[in-house]
Design a protein around this ligand. Sequence first.
Ligand SMILES: Nc1ncnc2c1ncn2[C@@H]1O[C@H](COP(=O)(O)OP(=O)(O)OP(=O)(O)O)[C@@H](O)[C@H]1O
Length: 227
Amino acid sequence: MLDAPLLTADGLHLRFGETQALNDASLQVYAGEVVALMGPSGSGKSTLLHCLAGILTPDSGHVTYDGRLLSQMPDVERSALRREEFGFVFQFGQLVPELTCLENVALPLRLAGTSRRAAERTARDWLQRLEVTDVADKRPGQASGGQGQRVAVARALVTSPRVVFADEPTGALDSLNGERVMQLLIAAARDTGAAVVLVTHEARVAAYSDREAVVRDGRVREQEPVR
Ligand SMILES: Nc1ncnc2c1ncn2[C@@H]1O[C@H](COP(=O)(O)OP(=O)(O)OP(=O)(O)O)[C@@H](O)[C@H]1O
């Protein structure tokens, strides 16, 4: 029998003004699995991802992480959870432009209280793993799009999170760079045992997942069975 899911969305509703972005959306994510959220533009994929990550709070319904209700957690606790147990990769890297790539990757560890020296050592290992040590001392603006996304993947995984949320992580890359970023992201997640919630339009990117869930009109309409 399967263990309980690590992360669950249960009957989420969320409205932005007149737009019903989520309309009874439910999803289960199991430890270590890669789930791709597919579906048309505007169907609610990113909104669902943001609710699962505790960035947005649904109007109704529940998100449960490791047996705890996200909506009932005090803000401080939810922020700590995001920092310590979740990693994020967005479409446009969202690295801190004033810091070097190495400092960007070290930042989550520094925020968790790791010394600068230890954090930068671990960050360098991650840059090596993502094959971007050559940009370690450059600022993100001096790196290519593909290099920047690899740095963003390193930053997302440096704290060994249990869940990585990736919203169109290859959306701004050409197909060759996109493939490589996906291979490296998935390999790193497999190695560390992180689950991945991946939003993508591209079947080629979704093919890296264990399971696809299709979001339409704010609801998860089809969900492949857990393997
Ligand atoms: N902050 C916001 N304010 C107002 N409306 C929003 C906001 N965020 C999302 N929406 C609306 O909610 C709906 C769902 O948006 P969402 O970004 O979740 O869709 P999506 O499936 O991720 O789309 P895409 O594939 O184009 O990124 C859309 O109609 C969108 O315009």
